[in-house]
Design a protein around this ligand. Structure first.
Ligand code: NAD
Length: 476
């Protein structure tokens, strides 16, 4: 996907890092210590399937252990390689620092197309991969905690958690060895939607700041904004769904691996998603204009572009033709370092990946805390909160009846006010708070420093500053 004259994904991340570090005053040597990837483990293992042994190659890369455990997803894709895993691990370090999730950065990958294997075979492959990583502490509740990424989801995380538990039968915290598990297997409400939900919260926060809206040449609110989404998988589907159903955005194009759909009146996200689940792609969908070369729609006129599939899709071959004034990087690394420069010169505002898709790791953090505390969020306080609200409602109703003030509490207010927060409400509230706070820290640097012209550099400055502080505290 990336042009030959462009640097690799790993080099692209380093170039962006270097651009930010040049504006900082770090002690000699510390800059390199933060930038380099500490270790990458490569494993090749065989699994007997369909009457013969198949050999698979997997990676787990640890970028920075300034905080432990280190954290980062496991990706299943034929494109997985060491360079990609290391780039993604580095992004995890910066992402966790930016949103103040107390983790170092890591990432894993397995070179496999999950669609080539049936469920039973995938389970055997996943358990074997998990075994190889766990026996080297590359899966471990206190050292290295994976999560879902491209090509993996709840199902794979449940297999990994169970494999770890079988290998560590007396570890009371074994469930905390991985996040993104199904709720009935130690997961948390709201994890599956978390990354897409975080993209929505990030955009909502962006649109609270008139100055920032203007910087992209936009105006007004999210309502009615035309949005193009690439990749209707976990992240893209949830982001598109929430933005269209709750914020009034119009999803004017959806780009999938087999092509793209365009409808200026807005596509029905739920319907397109159901079609993809049933037919494996968008081809044949009864409405919208289909083109085989879907990536062309990245260049179509819109207000907000959400690349939510894979890295390197906006590169030197198409950057010049991108028309969206605002890009939010739901995927990791969708804009190459070269394209980033072109887009900045065009005045396009980019909400960077390390912030935009941090919803996943944020809710993973909540899940890990839940697993370690062995109690569901909201269990202790919910009824107490409801009882206190009931007291106020009773008092107000008594007042309105006695003094005949002519007002009553509406049934819908009472229903909403009397309901105490359960786990899902608390998770969403914690995620919203995290996305607002992290945006505030980036925004402050973006506007306060004359030498910082974009949100990505601002994000790196904040993140690197926090990692540097941790290293200094460690005495390094
Ligand atoms: P996913 O596998 O659920 O979805 C990816 C989607 O992209 C699929 O629908 C796939 O068909 C589509 N796709 C693949 N190649 C494409 C192409 N060339 N053109 C258009 N569409 C294509 O993966 P996901 O978990 O949604 O991850 C997407 C991105 O978000 C990745 O970059 C990942 O690293 C990042 N991310 C994911 C999470 C998470 O919690 N899942 C968290 C942070 C970042």
């Amino acid at each position: 996907m990336t042009q030959a004259k462009e640097p690799s994904f790993r080099d692209s991340v380093d170039l962006m890092f270097n651009r930010a570090v040049a504006l900082m005053d770090l002690p000699p040597g510390l800059e390199e210590k933060i930038r380099v990837c500490n270790a990458t483990y490569t494993v090749r293992f065989g699994v007997r399937l369909r009457g013969q042994i198949h050999t698979f190659t997997g990676y787990r890369s640890v970028h920075s252990e300034h905080m432990e455990p280190v954290k980062g997803g496991i990706r299943y894709s034929l494109a997985v390689n060491q360079d990609e895993v290391e780039a993604l691990a580095a992004l995890m370090t910066y992402k966790c620092a930016l949103v103040e999730a107390p983790f170092g950065g890591s990432k894993g990958g397995l070179c496999i197309d999950p669609r080539d294997w049936d469920e039973h075979e995938l389970e055997r492959i996943t358990r074997r991969f998990a075994y190889e990583l766990a026996k080297r502490d590359l899966i471990n509740p206190s050292q290295n905690v994976p999560a879902p990424d491209m090509g993996t989801g709840e199902r794979e995380m449940a297999w990994i958690a169970d494999q770890y538990r079988r290998m560590n039968t007396t570890d009371i915290n074994s469930r905390a060895c991985v996040t993104g598990k199904p709720v009935n297997a130690g997961g948390i409400q709201g994890r599956t939607e978390a990354t897409g939900r975080g993209v929505q919260y990030a955009l909502q926060e962006y649109f609270r700041h008139g100055e920032d809206i203007k910087a992209a040449g936009l105006s007004g609110t999210l309502d009615g904004k035309r949005v193009i989404v690439q990749g209707l998988g976990n992240v893209g589907y949830h982001a598109a769904k929430f933005l269209s159903e709750e914020d009034g955005c119009k999803i004017t194009a959806i780009i999938e691996r087999d092509g793209g759909l365009l409808d200026e009146n807005g596509l029905d996200v739920e319907d397109v998603h159901n079609w993809i689940v049933k037919h494996g792609g968008v081809d044949g969908y009864p409405s919208g204009r289909f083109i085989r070369e879907g990536a062309k729609y990245l260049e179509h006129d819109c207000d907000i572009l959400i690349p939510a599939a894979l890295e390197g899709v906006i590169n030197l071959s198409n950057a010049e033709r991108i028309k969206a004034p605002l890009i939010i990087e739901a995927a990791n690394g969708p804009v190459t370092a070269g394209a980033d420069e072109v887009l900045r010169e065009k005045g396009i505002v980019i909400i960077p990946d390390m912030y935009a898709n941090a919803g996943g790791v944020t809710v993973s953090y909540f899940e890990w805390v839940k697993n370690l505390s062995h109690i569901r969020f909201g269990r202790m306080g919910r009824r107490q909160e409801e009882a206190r609200h009931q007291l106020i409602v009773d008092e107000l109703e008594a007042l309105s009846a006695d003094k005949e003030l002519g007002w009553t509490l509406s049934p819908s207010f009472k229903k909403r006010y009397l309901r105490g927060a359960g786990e899902l409400e608390l998770v969403r509230s914690g995620l919203d708070d995290t996305m607002r706070a992290a945006y505030g820290s980036m925004r402050e640097v973006w506007h306060a420093r004359g030498d910082v012209k974009d949100l990505r550099t601002a994000a790196y400055l904040v993140a690197i500053g926090k990692v540097a502080t941790s290293y200094r505290a460690l005495g390094l």
